[in-house]
Design a binder for this molecule. Structure first.
Ligand SMILES: NC(=O)c1ccc[n+]([C@@H]2O[C@H](COP(=O)([O-])OP(=O)(O)OC[C@H]3O[C@@H](n4cnc5c(N)ncnc54)[C@H](OP(=O)(O)O)[C@@H]3O)[C@@H](O)[C@H]2O)c1
Length: 248
């Protein structure tokens, strides 16, 4: 039973969050939502320009670091510098090149694992020793791992790897809770390599087939990260937030 103070205070109040990929899309939306609930934020991404842009829209006192999360030494140094914190949110990722298997470039495809899979594993390895009691790690995945489309074999493989990593880490790092958010199509900068007119057409076409009748906004996904940070009895889980995409 919660006491009166706990009932009026968010469990994120005063918690220190490290958001890798927190300068854009899912990470930035989660940072904003957590700030409203009184969390202290540290946002990390590879480009200083993205970090500066994010710091402009996040509360005063937010820390920001430019770090390439696929570089092991940089990851180790980052967590040494940050020190103790409560929740690690990992949503770093770049645009994937997709295409027919016959056209897949193997060396390029190997590199796609560097940020999403190896980056996530390294963040967990070097970040977990600094996570305080009651803290958690939340990774990020896409539904292509559950339901691949034609031409998406490489992306689907990363999805499978991240899902298994989530479960493995939940066991390795217990009692630190480890979960993942698995998203369907969401309007973020990830899709900015597609010209605006084509991008809007894609959102409308995909959205019209979804059970929700629209594709997601980053704020829809942020709700899932917040739930997983607060859900003290949830671990080893992958929460799908996709407008019903895997059902249609
Ligand atoms: N949006 C969707 O529809 C969707 C659907 C399913 C899954 N996902 C996955 O969810 C994750 C987040 O997507 P999003 O839509 O939030 O993407 P986003 O808006 O493009 O944000 C990606 C973030 O990752 C950072 N990043 C990229 N490479 C990095 C590196 N080497 N080191 C550190 N940070 C790095 C980016 O900042 P810098 O450029 O400064 O590095 C940015 O802050 C991605 O893995 C994506 O594949 C997205």
């Amino acid at each position: 039973m919660k006491d009166k103070e706990t009932l009026t205070k968010s469990s994120l109040s005063g918690k220190r969050l490290v958001l890798i990929g927190g300068t854009s899309g899912f990470g930035l939306a989660t940072a904003k939502a957590a700030a409203v609930e009184g969390a202290d934020l540290i946002v990390v991404s590879s480009r200083q320009s993205s970090v500066d842009k994010a710091l402009n829209v996040l509360p005063e006192g937010t820390e920001g670091y430019a770090v390439d999360i696929s570089d092991e030494q940089q990851v180790e140094d980052l967590f040494k510098k940050i020190g103790e914190f409560d929740h690690l949110i990992f949503s770093a990722g770049e645009t994937l090149q997709i295409g027919n298997l016959t056209d897949v470039n193997i060396d390029d495809s190997r590199k796609f694992f560097n940020v999403r899979y190896w980056g996530a594993l390294m963040a967990a390895k070097y970040g977990s020793p600094y996570i305080r009691k009651g803290g958690s790690i939340i990774l990020t995945n896409g539904i292509v791992g559950i339901r691949p489309w034609k031409g998406w074999s490489v992306a689907a493989s990363i999805g499978g790897a991240v899902e298994s990593l989530t479960k493995g880490l939940a066991i390795d790092l217990a009692p630190i809770r480890v979960n993942a958010v698995c998203a369907g199509m969401v309007k973020t900068d990830l899709w900015n390599n597609i010209p605006e007119v084509d991008r809007e057409a894609m959102y409308n076409e995909v959205g019209s087939k979804l059970l929700t009748g629209r594709v997601g906004e980053a704020e829809d996904i942020a709700e899932a990260y917040l739930f997983l940070m607060k859900g003290n009895y949830t671990t080893g889980q992958v929460i799908v937030v996709d407008g019903g995409n895997v059902l249609v």
